[in-house]
Ligand binder design. Structure first.
Ligand SMILES: O=c1ccn([C@@H]2O[C@H](COP(=O)(O)OP(=O)(O)O[C@H]3OC[C@@H](O)[C@H](O)[C@H]3O)[C@@H](O)[C@H]2O)c(=O)[nH]1
Length: 312
């Protein structure tokens, strides 16, 4: 929009919120449509960022059939739209296509290690078939596709109930509650800040790279290290609580981003602590907002009908 493009945001608000975009409402380049991509969409566009799908494990596992429909039927609908209007489509794929990886770090030529019937399958297999659909439409129909394999990402405007580790730990630390580590905490992740991801997505969309590209920050830590770091940044006295391990939880994950560097000239620039401090600031404000804006229904006075006696 700042570059003069007209942007139509399509959301069914399953995990998104109108508050996240309310500051754009009224801008002449902005339009917001309440729509679910599982149903066809008829609009005129040049580029489609197909980002639909819950991305947090508790959210996508909450309704696995809906997650599958969004990633399969939703992707077919978006590819159909791209074909009809001659638009380029960028699919938000995921590091989860690598499953619980046996190769470390993960580069784009790794085929992955995914349990097709496990609790994560609705998402990781859903995204794998979404990638397959993109390349089928490219080969058969000549649709221009871009595929971003997005690694763990965090930042302001995440939902308070998102359930992923960064927002959980920050909210727990801010409220003095125990930080919930699943398993031993020795599993690793590498987190990128949201603005780095957005820059990577725009660079990929406008590049000539049609094969999948990893977008992530390669700085890897154990989950226990993350818990300590967030606790320290918040200045919290919360304890660390060890809960049972999540089923099929990937044990190690870190992107190999050589391809993005070479072909897009992209790499993350926001240091982890700087990004975490921005997210901490956001969630602090969100907690204040929630405390000040809770809707507490006022008790209604009983309505007394005059002049009539009720006989049962
Ligand atoms: O409260 C929590 C939440 C999570 N965790 C652990 O922290 C790690 C990261 O978990 P998250 O739920 O944040 O995210 P995951 O890495 O499991 O999945 C993510 O992967 C990449 C993206 O495509 C998706 O957004 C998401 O599926 C896992 O090992 C998980 O078990 C905790 O220890 N405590």
């Amino acid at each position: 929009m700042m570059d003069g493009h007209e942007v139509t945001v399509v959301d069914n608000f399953f995990t998104g919120r109108k508050r996240n975009v309310e500051h754009w409402i009224g801008h002449e380049n902005f339009e917001l449509i309440n729509h679910d991509v599982v149903e066809p969409l008829y609009i005129e566009v040049d580029q489609i960022y197909h980002l639909a799908s819950p991305a947090s494990p508790p959210n996508y596992m909450y309704n696995p059939i809906k997650t599958l429909k969004t990633n399969t039927i939703g992707t077919l609908n978006m590819l159909g739209l791209a074909k009809r209007v001659g638009a380029r489509l960028l699919l938000a794929s995921t590091s989860e296509v690598y499953g619980d990886p046996e190769v470390h770090p993960q580069s784009e030529d790794y085929w992955g290690h995914v349990n097709p019937i496990g609790p994560r399958a609705c998402y990781d297999e859903g995204k794998r078939v979404a990638e397959t659909m993109c390349y089928a439409y490219m080969k058969q129909e000549g649709v221009e596709v871009r595929v971003a394999r997005i690694f763990n990402t965090f930042g302001p405007r995440m939902h308070m109930n998102d359930g992923r580790v960064v927002s959980n730990f920050i909210l727990q630390a801010l409220q003095g509650e125990p930080l919930t580590v699943y398993g031993s905490g020795s599993q690793t992740r590498a987190f990128q800040y949201v603005s780095d991801l957005v820059n990577g997505l725009v660079a990929l969309m406008n590049s000539n790279v049609s094969s999948p590209v990893n977008l992530g920050n390669p700085e890897e830590h154990t989950i226990l290290e993350f818990a300590q770091l967030i606790k320290n940044l918040v200045g919290s006295r919360s304890e660390i609580q060890f809960l049972s391990e999540a089923q099929d939880d990937p044990q190690k994950r870190k992107p190999d981003i050589k391809k993005a560097k070479l072909m897009l000239g992209w790499e993350p620039v926001v240091p982890l602590e700087e990004g975490l401090n921005k997210a901490i600031h956001y969630f602090r404000k969100e907690l204040e907002y929630q405390a000040n804006n809770q809707y507490i229904p006022k008790p209604k006075p009983a309505r007394i009908k005059k002049g009539r006696t009720r006989h049962n």
